[in-house]
Design a protein around this ligand. Structure first.
Ligand SMILES: C[S@@+](CC[C@H](N)C(=O)[O-])C[C@H]1O[C@@H](n2cnc3c(N)ncnc32)[C@H](O)[C@@H]1O
Length: 283
């Protein structure tokens, strides 16, 4: 069944994978979206990831699913985490795995979901360090807080907020992480402005995100179902890099650039799992 909506068409989502760029939650979740909720992309994204938060344990237990953690994380990283953390994982890379966070650093994760990258960063920064997870979906924040209690972490805090207006003072963060979230924002320029604002001079970001090698077809860009999968809003890589540079970052380094769907022959072959590192200049 398809449903008309202001973005185009909600296509039922049928997939056995759980990671950004694949369907995480089955067609029930897409078909539950009502016309009233489709007033904004934000509402659709919140609805979708709220449902993912509620089914995290169930998704983790489903052996037939290819999980984001299986695709992108090491065995050591997976073993450190309970099912409700790995089950909610919906990234398209492993930014914390290459960010080289140091003891005592302050790390902030944009779109922290169930908290996977926050908990892994917390191990690295130690008790003198501090990790902040930001997410706009209340059910994701609740899940992440519950996961923090299970893991008994004392150096991680989760805050409800938007990545376009980060609830964090200027010049206070050593490292910004994000895993498959900026593709969900309609205001990517604003997100990079905010990352620059909160980083200390000399601070860095390491971000995994979905981008494309060329512009997506209009119907894909207008599809709410593709937006929630981090696909509809994926920017063209060259334009994404321009945004980063225009925001003031230097030493911009494409660390990884893998085809997201290597076997695809249509527009899906243009999707890229990107991991990018860049620095705010030291004063
Ligand atoms: C694809 S999931 C990735 C979650 C997590 N980074 C991971 O790797 O599992 C996207 C997350 O970003 C959050 N999100 C999407 N757009 C956001 C925005 N504009 N501001 C804050 N959070 C957002 C969603 O609620 C969801 O939890």
């Amino acid at each position: 069944m398809t449903t008309e909506n202001p973005f185009g068409t909600i296509t039922p989502i049928i997939s056995d994978a759980v990671s950004c760029g694949d369907s995480c939650c089955g067609d029930d979740m897409a078909s539950e979206i009502t016309h009233a909720q489709l007033d904004s992309i934000t509402a659709v994204v919140k609805h979708y990831y709220g449902n993912l938060a509620s089914s995290a344990a169930e998704l983790s237990a489903d052996a037939s699913r290819v999980k984001a953690t299986d695709k992108f994380y090491s065995e050591d990283q997976r073993d450190a985490l309970p099912d409700e953390v790995t089950g909610a994982s919906a990234g398209c890379g492993n930014p914390v795995g290459i960010a080289d966070s140091q003891r005592g650093e302050t790390v902030l994760d944009l779109g922290s979901g169930g908290g996977i990258d926050c908990f892994l960063a917390a191990r690295e920064v130690g008790n003198n360090g501090y990790v902040i997870g930001i997410d706009m979906t209340p059910r994701m924040i609740e899940l992440a807080q519950k996961n923090a209690a299970t893991l008994q972490t004392e150096n991680v805090v989760f805050k409800l907020g938007h990545i376009e207006s980060i609830p964090q003072p200027d010049n206070t963060v050593d490292l910004v992480l994000s895993n498959c979230v900026i593709a969900l924002s309609e205001h990517k320029d604003r997100v990079f402005y905010e990352i620059f604002r909160i980083l200390k001079p000399g601070g860095r970001f390491v971000i995994s995100d979905m981008v494309t090698s060329e512009a997506l077809p209009q119907d894909v860009q207008k599809s709410a179902a593709e937006w929630v999968e981090c696909v509809g809003g994926a920017a063209v890589l060259s334009e994404y890099l321009e945004l980063v540079e225009e925001s003031g970052f230097t030493d911009i380094d494409v660390v990884k650039e893998d085809r997201s769907r290597p076997d695809a022959e249509d527009w899906q072959s243009t999707l890229i799992n990107l991991t990018l590192r860049a620095y705010k200049p030291a004063e």
